[in-house]
Ligand binder design. Structure first.
Ligand code: FAD
Ligand code: SF4
Length: 509
């Protein structure tokens, strides 16, 4: 072979220009490695999902006539380290050219760049041909600033792509229809079931057990539910546009005990592994809306398009703008470990119990469960952002650092002090009660602000405001809340402080 071409586990992009023609002298390589199973403790469905999708991708390349070397985790030739494996392959096939697609994670980008100086081959870096924007889009468009607004970024991408634009103006005359998106389904509303697969992944589950890979979470080895090929990912996309998009915006923030996926697309794993491209997803959704505007209103399509071309691209740009310091940020100087129930779901707080249990069962929770339940609680108790990051990076099937870190560390924990979000996403129990049915069957009472039965979110919310008054004082969006707290009766404040302290102590024990 004259060239070796590396395909990472999140580069399963069958439409990449590499594969347009058969290259008789190129060897495509994919490795299952301990380096990847062990950099963090992952949910078992995440490791199985990645390895199974990689195996399918390698087989599809072989069927299409490409040359492929696939090292399974237990292959004796596997050195379990990316650059060691690459050196070994390059030397055994005598190639002096290594093609790479630009990695999305800082960790891998650094590993490969540092190795480049001593590598026995020339490294030829190419684009992954997945994203709509460049890594350094924030600097290119807005210059070197300390913080950036998603809304500005999003409008720029809308204009650049022409998505949901008409004659240079946003479709419907507004950029954002979020105000229409805060509904919870009526009791009589019947929700569609998510489209699930039933793959037998026993071989991979056994492999992980034999190799003693440490994972957590639950898996049904005969019924693995996630899409593992581009074709299956396309089925999930088709199902989304035909059955779910019509209410995507409406119920985007809703949480229901009996429905773990509601109208969410469940496309993040397919997108983050690059089995599907953001363009394919957004264009399928826009086409469905154009064909059927009666059924799919503008707030549904705009809400969805904003997640993909706005938030998803924006968090990537933020990640590359502020790494590596971003990964150590800790604005509030929080240091508490996460409570054990984040790994067991054994808690009497019903919202946390449901959100964590479904994460353990499906390696999935939707955005508001991540942000306003598990993330909110972690921030209110003052959890260490490193611990929070490790948990989110491990538990979700879609978790890759470039997208996990800005969401978890910055958006949900405000550890970056406001580079990404304009205020901390904290709330008392009333928000959770408004958007979910969790409080109805909780051991605590959401309406109680103090006393034994009081919802812990209510106590912790004010405790958070109280202990961070100095840090929040400069944030205009927190001014009203801060002044409400400051005006409160001293005796009341004392009771809240005491009870919240007791609760926090009980977490450590
Ligand atoms: P939908 O709700 O149907 O949204 C459609 C798509 O929009 C998603 O597939 C996703 O690609 C994109 N999207 C929506 N919101 C975001 C966002 N904030 N950032 C990036 N993309 C977004 N997403 C990940 O892909 N990986 C993560 O590791 C991850 N960690 C998160 C951690 C926290 C604390 C929070 C608050 C959010 C996190 N998100 C992460 C964003 C979001 O929660 C998930 O993308 C979404 O829940 C995936 O489910 P879905 O495909 O059904 O999404
Ligand atoms: Fe969560 Fe409080 Fe509601 Fe219980 S009462 S479900 S702890 S918000």
């Amino acid at each position: 072979y004259t060239a070796v071409a590396l395909i990472l586990g999140d580069q399963l992009n069958a439409r990449h220009s590499w594969f347009r023609k058969k290259r008789a002298h190129t060897l495509y390589v994919l490795f299952e490695m301990r380096q990847e199973t062990d950099y963090c403790r992952h949910h078992i469905q995440k490791v199985v999902g990645f390895f199974a999708a990689m195996r399918n991708f390698a087989n599809a390349l072989l069927r299409a006539g490409h040359h492929v070397l696939y090292l399974t985790l237990d292959n004796p030739d596997n050195l379990q380290d990316l650059t060691k494996n690459l050196e070994a392959v390059l030397s055994s096939c005598g190639s002096n050219e290594l093609w790479l697609q630009q990695p999305d994670e800082y960790r891998l980008d650094t590993q490969l760049s540092e190795w480049q100086a001593t590598a026995s081959a020339n490294l030829i870096w190419q684009d992954s041909e997945h994203f709509l924007t460049e890594r350094d889009a924030l600097i290119q468009w807005f210059g070197e600033k300390d913080n950036y607004l998603m809304e500005h970024f999003y409008r720029r991408v809308r204009k650049q792509t022409g998505y949901l634009m008409s004659d240079g103006e946003p479709a419907g005359g507004k950029w954002n229809f979020d105000k229409d998106n805060r509904k919870t389904p009526e009791k009589t509303h019947s929700l569609p079931e998510p489209l699930l697969f039933a793959h037998d992944v026993s071989e991979l589950v056994d492999l992980l057990a034999n190799e003693e890979v440490e994972t957590f979470g639950n898996i049904d080895r005969k019924k693995f539910i996630w899409p593992l090929t581009r074709n299956e990912a396309t089925q999930v996309l088709d199902y989304f546009v035909s059955e779910l998009l019509c209410h995507f915006g409406d119920y985007q923030d809703a949480m229901l005990s009996e429905h773990w996926a509601l109208y969410h697309a469940r496309l993040s794993f397919a997108l983050n592994t690059k089995m599907l491209s953001p363009r394919t997803v957004v264009e399928a959704a826009i086409t469905a809306w154009q064909k059927n505007p009666q059924q799919i209103s503008l707030n549904q399509i705009e809400g969805f398009v904003r997640q993909i071309i706005g938030w998803r691209e924006f968090v990537r740009a933020i990640y590359w703008r502020f790494m590596p310091d971003y990964g150590h940020s800790n604005f509030f100087q929080h240091s508490r470990p996460l409570p054990d129930f984040y790994w067991t779901a054994k808690t009497e707080m019903n919202c946390l119990q449901h959100s964590i249990q479904q994460s353990l069962d499906y390696a999935y929770a939707h955005h508001i469960q991540r942000l306003m339940v598990t993330g909110n609680f972690a921030l209110l108790i003052g959890a260490d952002p490193d611990a929070v990051d490790a948990w989110y990076l491990g538990i979700y099937i879609d978790a890759i650092e470039w997208v996990e870190l800005p969401n978890a560390r910055a958006m949900s924990q405000f550890a970056d002090g406001g580079k990404l979000a304009t205020k901390p996403y904290v709330s008392s129990g009333s928000y959770i009660n408004k958007m979910s049915d969790y409080c109805k069957s909780c051991a605590y009472k959401v309406t109680e602000k103090i006393g034994e039965e009081a919802c812990p979110f209510n106590l912790l919310y004010w405790h958070f405001i109280d202990r961070h008054q100095d840090k929040l004082a400069n944030n205009q969006r927190m001014a009203l809340i801060l002044s409400q707290w400051q005006k409160r009766d001293e005796a009341d404040k004392k009771k809240i402080r005491q009870q919240a302290d007791e609760f926090l102590k009980s977490l450590s024990s």
